[in-house]
Design a protein around this ligand. Sequence first.
Ligand code: PGA
Length: 241
Amino acid sequence: MAKAMVAANWKMNGSFELLQAFAKETWQTAQAEVVFGLPSIFLHAAQKLGLENLAGEDVSAHESGAFTGETSAQMLKSTGCKYCIIGHSERRLYHHEKEALLLEKWQQLKKVGIKPIYCVGETEAEFSAGKTEEVLTRQLMPMLEAELVDAQTVLAYEPVWAIGTGKTATPEYAQKIHRIIREKMLNKYVNIPTQMRILYGGSVQAANAKLLISEPDIDGFLVGGASLKVDAFKKIIEAIE
Ligand code: PGA
């Protein structure tokens, strides 16, 4: 199995001062690869300050051109990004991003060698209606059919009802869904899914990180709120031994 990953997702938060505070610390550990998903405006400064494993929070589906406000994969690459989050539920919800568009974004990343952190997960209504598996199939199948998935792909399972709500999925529930996701991959590929990292996201804190990471199919975390404080984020990383 690959090394665990703890990925920060600052969303539209943070400041240059916060970036400096993070850059003073040592983040990478023997147990976990630590990734910083930052607003694109901070990426260049983060690279200069020496933060490693930078990630975009989104990317344009286009290579270049008249797309005001967007950031291309090549631009992310030039600021040292190794990863890029795509398909986050906030992009799906507020920007109506669907699989067809996400597939194009993924292809842009692939062209420049940035690894995607592809987010999937059901809303509260879908969860209550027992539609979780159906939703995951809808979100994952186009990527599998386009043969975009490889061992470097990182998936993040984030039940929308757990994001920023303080309602974390139980370790048992998260494990069950991670297993389902890995099995969907196994139906298509032989070896890749065992090496691939599937992160859990949704109100991850130091207090719940240890139990979640002890589940066999949880390979790390995508962390929003708790990634904005040096101490809180450090404690989550320390939970991975
Ligand atoms: P949260 O966000 O940790 O604040 O719930 C996670 C995410 O949206 O990636």
